[in-house]
Design a protein around this ligand. Structure first.
Ligand code: FBP
Length: 549
């Protein structure tokens, strides 16, 4: 395999473990805390998880290792979208497992949860693992979005585990994957398979966090990667002074990524989807808000700017949400076939006009034609509009242009568009993610070794240097509540949206009016791996503000 100089250099990087895990495996003991309750709907969650509910929170400490000596065969799965640091979770898990006993084995199930069902796996050895240390991506075994959620799937998984003598499964995934990890743990416990299940919190979206999980891995690197390029664009905008850049950033639903990038780069505009929903903002109001900035800056001779648009924003605009719901209805079943049979856009437009309510038609009518057509192009397997395919950065620049025209603005407004998403998901992990992920994996093995199941690997106190991080585990059921999903009440880990009374948003809110008019850009530059700790091991602004650092 050809390797870049950085790749080779990063193989040598020794990730930092929490202080309490640094003394060698024989010096790690468990301190059990209080029994836990789910954050809501306790009775219902307890009834659904009779074998794994109410377990104790635990932390690891320096002390004699009292875990049972037994051969461990562990299976690991990467689930969902890629996030920088995933390889290091696997490396940390492997290192702890081998440091405990050279007889222990780590199997990597390929291409996500389906690898477990298909019994498609690799057995890791030193050479295999060493080629992936501190590198980005999930290509060590691949990932996938198959959900492990049905009894049939669990029965197959159980057979595969039996076949290989698997003692534990580690699932590295987001809120849904970890919810499923808890359900799988319960199944294995109820069927007395002896197989433990441990989850690890992953997603660049940053929406798997709560009072127990300070952040999901990958968020740090992805936002630093996007912030670097946004900063570069700001510098270009400030140099050329002729373009407004509309930049969409990933984050399927929550706006944590957009907010963090805004805190890092101080752009003129950053929309926060949660605020749009809270204030019930219309497309027209949002366009007005951006157009105000364009006009005010133009009045000061600054015909340029940068606007960050979160990927999921349109779904938070109430009138747009209603429009999407109506389109989904309109295209269901035979009606959808009739629509698809129409040849010209004019015929289709007339069909749409007849089928939508007057309110939704008014929203539809102000959309640029390319966006109108995108709404009818690709549908997901359930026949729904794929909102993530909507080019919202183009939508808002077009709406702003219309606003400016309607206001009689005669100055310059020239828009360019960008989407930063996949660029950040497989970047070389920052030192923070390299350290955090390695610790999560190492810690996951300690949870296995001490016999825990249905736990999330938990590493906290993350705004401090790694030496002060706290390693332990939290029962996944503690983070659950009941939510309506596809017409059924389901136990799920609550997705964390941006809190409008949280410190990161409050900081942004206090500064954004100034940023909207002035040029207050900050240029974070590239992720640094070597050099002073205050540059190389810097945490996100979000985490620092949340922890009062
Ligand atoms: P996860 O929630 O699985 O971590 O994935 C998040 C994400 O990266 C979103 O930011 C983005 O909307 C989505 O995945 C893209 O998914 P895909 O890789 O299927 O295009």
């Amino acid at each position: 395999m050809n390797q870049s100089p950085l790749q080779k250099a990063r193989y040598q990087y020794q990730p930092k473990l929490p202080g309490m895990l640094r003394n060698g495996i024989s010096e790690i003991c468990v301190k059990e805390g209080a029994a836990t309750q789910s954050v809501a709907d306790q009775e219902k969650i307890q009834a659904l998880f009779p074998n794994t509910y109410g377990e104790k929170e635990i932390t690891f400490e320096k002390g004699a290792n009292t875990s049972e000596a037994k051969k461990q065969v562990v299976g690991v799965i990467l689930s969902g979208g890629q996030a920088p640091g995933g390889h290091n979770v696997v490396c940390g898990l492997y290192d702890a497992l081998k440091a405990t006993s050279s007889e222990n084995t780590l199997l990597g199930f390929k291409n996500g949860p389906s690898g477990l069902l298909d019994d498609d796996y690799v057995e890791f050895d030193d050479a295999y693992i060493d080629a992936y240390r501190n590198t980005g991506g999930f290509d060590i075994i691949g990932s996938g979005r198959t959900k492990l959620e049905t009894e049939e799937q669990f029965a197959v998984a159980s057979e595969v585990c039996k076949k290989h003598g698997i003692t534990a499964i580690v699932i590295i995934g987001g809120d849904d994957s970890n919810t499923n990890a808890a359900v799988l743990a319960e199944y294995f416990a109820a069927h007395k398979t002896g197989v433990q299940v441990i989850g690890c919190p992953k997603t660049i979206d940053g929406d798997l966090k709560n009072e127990d999980i300070e952040c999901s891995f990958g968020f740090d690197t992805a936002t630093k990667t996007y912030s670097e390029v946004i900063g570069n664009i700001e510098r270009d905008a400030n140099s050329a002074k002729k373009y407004w850049h509309f930049i969409k950033v990933m984050g399927r639903s929550a706006s944590h990524v957009a907010l963090e990038c805004a805190l890092e780069t101080q752009p003129n505009i950053c929309l926060i989807s949660e605020e749009v929903a809270e204030k019930k903002m219309s497309l027209s109001q949002i366009a007005d808000y951006i157009a105000d900035s364009v006009e005010k800056r133009a009045a000061k001779g600054m015909n340029f700017g940068v606007a960050i648009i979160p990927e999921g924003v349109v779904e938070f605009v109430p009138e747009f949400k209603s429009l999407i719901a109506e389109i989904n209805e309109l295209l269901a079943g035979a009606q959808g076939e009739a629509f698809n049979a129409l040849e010209s856009w004019e015929e289709k437009y007339a069909f749409i006009e007849k089928g939508l309510t007057a309110e939704s038609m008014a929203v539809f009518a102000i959309l640029p034609q390319t966006i109108q057509q995108q709404l009818f192009l690709e549908r997901d397997p359930h026949g729904n509009v794929q909102v993530s395919l909507i080019e919202s950065e183009k939508l808002f620049s077009a709406l702003v242009k219309d606003k400016l025209d309607a206001r009689g603005y005669t100055g310059r407004f020239s828009a360019l568009h960008h989407f930063f998403g996949y660029e950040g998901r497989c970047a070389f992990p920052s030192n923070f993610d390299a350290d955090y992920c390695y610790s999560l994996g190492y810690n996951a093995f300690m949870l296995i070794q001490y016999g825990y199941t249905g736990y999330l690997s938990k590493v906290s106190n993350l705004a401090k240097p790694a030496e002060e991080w706290v390693a332990g585990g939290m029962p996944i059921t503690k983070m659950m509540n009941m939510e309506r999903r596809n017409g059924e009440d389901k136990p799920v880990i609550k997705k964390a949206l941006v809190e409008l009374d949280g410190k990161p948003f409050k900081y942004f809110e206090a500064h954004r009016d100034q940023w909207a008019v002035e040029t207050a850009y900050t240029y974070p530059g590239a992720i640094q791996y070597y050099g002073p700790a205050e540059v190389c091991d810097l945490t996100t602004r979000t985490l620092a503000l949340e922890k009062g650092e």
